[in-house]
Ligand binder design. Sequence first.
Ligand SMILES: *[C@@H]1O[C@H](CO)[C@@H](O)[C@H](O)[C@H]1NC(C)=O
Ligand SMILES: *[C@@H]1O[C@H](CO)[C@@H](O)[C@H](O)[C@H]1NC(C)=O
Ligand SMILES: *[C@@H]1O[C@H](CO)[C@@H](O)[C@H](O)[C@H]1NC(C)=O
Ligand SMILES: *[C@@H]1O[C@H](CO)[C@@H](O)[C@H](O)[C@H]1NC(C)=O
Ligand SMILES: *[C@@H]1O[C@H](CO)[C@@H](O)[C@H](O)[C@H]1NC(C)=O
Ligand SMILES: *[C@@H]1O[C@H](CO)[C@@H](O)[C@H](O)[C@H]1NC(C)=O
Ligand SMILES: *[C@@H]1O[C@H](CO)[C@@H](O)[C@H](O)[C@H]1NC(C)=O
Ligand SMILES: *[C@@H]1O[C@H](CO)[C@@H](O)[C@H](O)[C@H]1NC(C)=O
Ligand SMILES: *[C@@H]1O[C@H](CO)[C@@H](O)[C@H](O)[C@H]1NC(C)=O
Ligand SMILES: *[C@@H]1O[C@H](CO)[C@@H](O)[C@H](O)[C@H]1NC(C)=O
Length: 796
Amino acid sequence: MLFALTPLVLLTHHVSPAFAVRYAKRANTSDVLDWVNPLIGSQAGGNVFSGATLPYGMVKAVADVDGENTGGFSTDGSHVTGFSALHDSGTGGNPSLGNFPIFPQICPSDDINSCKFPIAARATNYRNDSIVAKPGYFGVTLDNGIKADMTVSEHAALFRFDFSGSAPGNGTLDPVITLDLTDLWASRQNASISVEAGEDSESGRIKGNGTFLPSFGAGSYIAYFCLDLAGGTIKDSGVWVNDRAGTEPKNLYVTRGFNLFYLQAGGFVRFKGPVTGSISARMGISFIGTEQACQNAETEIPGPEFDFDGLVESAQDAWREKLAPISIQTGGIDNSMLISFWSAVYRTMISPQDYSGENPDWTSDEPYFDSFYCIWDMWRVQLPFLTVVDPLQQSRIVRSLLDTYQHRGWLPDCMMSTCKGWTQGGSDADNVLVDAYVKNLTGIDWKLAYEAIVNDAENEPLEWSIEGRGGLASWKRLGYIPYLDFDPNGFGTNSRSISRTLEYAYNDFNLATLAEGLGKDTYIKYLGRSSNWQNLFKPEQTSVINGTDPGFIGFFQPKYLNGTWGYQDPIACSPLASFCSLTSNPSETFESSAWEYMFFVPHDIRKIVELLGGEETFLRRLDFFHTSGLADIGNEPVFLTVYMPHFAGRPGLSAKRAHDYIPSRFNASLAGLPGNDDSGAMASFTLFSTIGLFPNPGQNVYFIIPPFFESVSITSPLTNKTATIRNVNFDKEYNNIYVQKATLNGEEYTKNWIGHEFFTEGWMLELELGSEESEWGTREEDRPPSVSTGSVEYMM
Ligand SMILES: *[C@@H]1O[C@H](CO)[C@@H](O)[C@H](O)[C@H]1NC(C)=O
Ligand SMILES: *[C@@H]1O[C@H](CO)[C@@H](O)[C@H](O)[C@H]1NC(C)=O
Ligand SMILES: *[C@@H]1O[C@H](CO)[C@@H](O)[C@H](O)[C@H]1NC(C)=O
Ligand SMILES: *[C@@H]1O[C@H](CO)[C@@H](O)[C@H](O)[C@H]1NC(C)=O
Ligand SMILES: *[C@@H]1O[C@H](CO)[C@@H](O)[C@H](O)[C@H]1NC(C)=O
Ligand SMILES: *[C@@H]1O[C@H](CO)[C@@H](O)[C@H](O)[C@H]1NC(C)=O
Ligand SMILES: *[C@@H]1O[C@H](CO)[C@@H](O)[C@H](O)[C@H]1NC(C)=O
Ligand SMILES: *[C@@H]1O[C@H](CO)[C@@H](O)[C@H](O)[C@H]1NC(C)=O
Ligand SMILES: *[C@@H]1O[C@H](CO)[C@@H](O)[C@H](O)[C@H]1NC(C)=O
Ligand SMILES: *[C@@H]1O[C@H](CO)[C@@H](O)[C@H](O)[C@H]1NC(C)=O
């Protein structure tokens, strides 16, 4: 099916006037990339990486700012402090990567010491209306007129600095490029640099390395760079420390410094001005060594003439190919919905990052992915989305998880910059592996997957804040993670007893699924453990909000080792109270309240319906949760709650709820995400919701609601078959959002959910819409599976 054309895409439409983002006007308006705005989520905590990258690329080039810089750049009007080539996307907490930033300047006098070396001195505003962000390309002009633009290959970036617009008649006209041995978080422990840029030569090279700290993890990592500068005749070069520089020596080794005093240091190369054209800066990166960084640059971006436009084209071709499986018939909906949609698809493939060939810790022929930041965020919707549109890549991602298990002894849970990151809840890679299993991803060693998950389920690591699970002795003996557990077997942040109990239960459910699939009788044991969540349900617990009891009874509560209940206010950690993370306000529920976790039993929602007093109360409670300010739509645990009415036979209420949040909380504005994108988690929530099929990962289930477009088709890259979900009676005002009747391949279809075969077999699902709820999908036998109703496949 064709990508439906809507005349000219006015991409500036929903963008705040200060950021009239310019897109190259193409004659070919069917180019899907015209609908991608990488700046969505570059404000208000979205923390999206908005620069140039290939799909899953290791190198990501952008301008770094001194404002909201977790992802490097932000459209927050702050100052540019440098241009760097490593970034993460959408993460929370500390700014990630941004190593070895380079910075262009014209200095006031011939004295090199008149240049601005330290971050605070060199920070310069950018012109709001100068930003050009497109897949594979990022450009910005500084207030002083210096224009920078950049593109990338897999392991190298190419920057261009054009000085021709900088204020004439001031300064020497000699362009200077500095390199700073730092990162965005100023986490450098030590670093080395050597500058090889002889006077009068036409190019110069700066090489070096640095040891840094991962932004949400343990240990340290070493990054290596190899920067080639060209485009003029070199005047001189050298190193700088704090605000002083010299042409001798040409090498420098800098440590952490005493008393936490952060030394600022790096190198510089000065060209004879004025230069005609741009100064090019080719930055090769490696996690293996400096030589490999240089080789990466030389192989991927050959010189001496760098083909900038060719790189942009290759990057854009790579992105077009990734977006190609999807086509839409819009039904005339607002362009902003399309921009939001395609930009979201784009954001699902920024991270995880393919570091194959750049693994410093072991050698292997298997793929090596990094920036699982964190799997807690990714397993629910982002990785399942890749399973639909990029299953071959998702297989490689899964293989990389298994290879990590083989070499490190544990599946990763959170991982960035080659380091182990902090575990947030359960052993969430288990969920990823089993989701891949139930969706028949190919090329994966399932026996190894089983072994890896059993390891998580049975063996407690000494340091369970970076892998595996904690409190396993209690888990096995008592069937819950106790409040203030006594756990001499391993060490971790001893909080989150409720959320860990819930997550471990789901991990065990997934293990049971895999065990059953592989014909192992251990599935009985793990299925038993998957009901452990019930041990923390306190039927008589109430919740008082603002002095009023809304009348809902039964919540998860913490329980001591001796079986006595502890207490956590059910609204604690909700948006009505204060945020709870690992370090700030650690509680028995992680980043979400007991109100929200009440719904986190993805394998047995029907039991929740029953425990909460039946369908009517369950639905009222769900509605109160979403309308009272208790739901945190900007964080992952909430996602599934939007679709839970399906389990109570009210799929129409799920559709209604999805429309309540999209586009009001997920939209095409630069501040259009309700929280950190978390790689592409917020993006994927939007995507599955708008295509009308929302996953319950680990299970072969997608909940059906009407797509937000007239129809969506997705061609499976595994089978080349095209699946289509199509609305009949679609109206772009979204009055008709209730399914009246459905057909699957022309036959009546009454279930309110469907399996992954829909995608791989290329089926056609037609939904006839109306403006009121109907009988469709309401019957007992039409609801999604739940363990306790016996409708999970292997229970039958
Ligand atoms: C339009 O762009 C698509 C995608 O790049 C390409 O396949 C097609 O040939 C282009 N059409 C024209 C007329 O340039
Ligand atoms: C640029 O945008 C920022 C953020 O919206 C704003 O604070 C600043 O005033 C703008 N600057 C100009 C010159 O418009
Ligand atoms: C030169 O720079 C100085 C300091 O930034 C500024 O005050 C002065 O106006 C500039 N002169 C010209 C001719 O641009
Ligand atoms: C650099 O710092 C790391 C981490 O603190 C340390 O392990 C390493 O020995 C240091 N390297 C040198 C050469 O001092
Ligand atoms: C970093 O570079 C310096 C200077 O070339 C070298 O002595 C040092 O061994 C390098 N460090 C690492 C970890 O490769
Ligand atoms: C997976 O493969 C099995 C065996 O070929 C098949 O029965 C099942 O329908 C497939 N599942 C999916 C989700 O494609
Ligand atoms: C159980 O342990 C908690 C915490 O130490 C304590 O407050 C409570 O009194 C104990 N209950 C019983 C029955 O011993
Ligand atoms: C509780 O009170 C606050 C402040 O008065 C208000 O914003 C909020 O909506 C109330 N929440 C509920 C659930 O009543
Ligand atoms: C877009 O989403 C943001 C973030 O959720 C929200 O604050 C804003 O109001 C939304 N804008 C529109 C026009 O709905
Ligand atoms: C799908 O199409 C691609 C490209 O045409 C081809 O290489 C591949 O073999 C096809 N796969 C199947 C299962 O037909």
